[in-house]
Write a protein that binds this ligand. Sequence first.
Ligand SMILES: C[S@@+](CC[C@H](N)C(=O)[O-])C[C@H]1O[C@@H](n2cnc3c(N)ncnc32)[C@H](O)[C@@H]1O
Ligand code: SF4
Length: 333
Amino acid sequence: MGLTDTLGRPLRDLRISVTDRCNFRCVYCMPKEVFGRDHRFLPRRELLTFEEIERAASVFVALGVHKLRITGGEPLLRRDLEILIGRLAALGDLDVTLTTNGALLASKAEALAQAGLSRVTVSLDSLDDEVFRAMNDVDFPVARVLAGIDAAAGAGLPVKVNVVVKRGLNEGSVLEIARRFRGTGHAVRFIEFMDVGATNGWRMDDVVPAAEIVATIGAEFPLEPVEAAYRGEVAQRYRYRDGAGEVGVIASVTQPFCGDCTRARLSADGKVYTCLFAVRGHDLRAILRSGASDEELDAAIRAIWERRSDRYSELRAEETSSLRKVEMSYIGG
Ligand SMILES: C[S@@+](CC[C@H](N)C(=O)[O-])C[C@H]1O[C@@H](n2cnc3c(N)ncnc32)[C@H](O)[C@@H]1O
Ligand code: SF4
């Protein structure tokens, strides 16, 4: 029997945040009023080094993790990221993936693919340049992200597109995005705006329910549900009946899926979080920097996972509204 938590969930995925900084200020993630000039990001010495990340990841892999996702902040801001990708890809027969806003992807795609990246997820909330610039709030043009997606595909990387839908901002972009990526082989995932962190002014009224997104797309292109491919798959997938591929929705607010969550998260400063909505992380960096052996690291991670009982999304309404939650840009989504 492998490692499981108190609810019988195995440890299968690790999300690794490599920086808490970002070149965007997405209104639902790092609003400018909070992450403006005076915000204090982590100083460099507090970030895990590539060696520390690699060592931690190798222990997670030995405990059963087979998927590593690099995230941030914006992971492509971390210099020489492809070196880390190469080291992680060498840890075994793993899925090594990256979630990025795509701003720097055009120049990095080839090196990432060469290093052994398995695939890439690009966040793209609208094809309408005005809406896109307003959502990233740094006036970044959508054309450069689209060029990044093309470069990634050109380098042979399978591409997924993540779209956070916020009522009143980009719900009008849903159909246009579905139309554009149908038939391209790039899977699109529409994500409900989540109440992560404490700064994005989340309100239930701003959530566009996944069911509404499916109905909107289905009205133009008939859809049928696809069975989950594996335990813990967060997206509900639908197939276009005309054979033009798939779309998915991530209904983390309206239909939480804690029961199947197999994910741990490692923050840029080396804290392990067992839930996106956790208030406190476990300080792995202190252990890594104390000269601990791999056996001691293994025992520490094992103990964290075996004690895990989080299911915050399912409890959301009753218990989480008053919690001081960590920010998405810190923990990496
Ligand atoms: C925190 S970002 C980090 C990686 C990279 N900067 C990016 O944007 O892809 C990871 C994912 O979280 C999503 N995200 C951020 N804030 C969110 C929120 N409040 N609700 C739902 N998804 C969110 C982003 O759209 C992105 O797809
Ligand atoms: S969603 Fe990604 S790109 Fe947008 S502010 Fe958050 S970390 Fe940056």
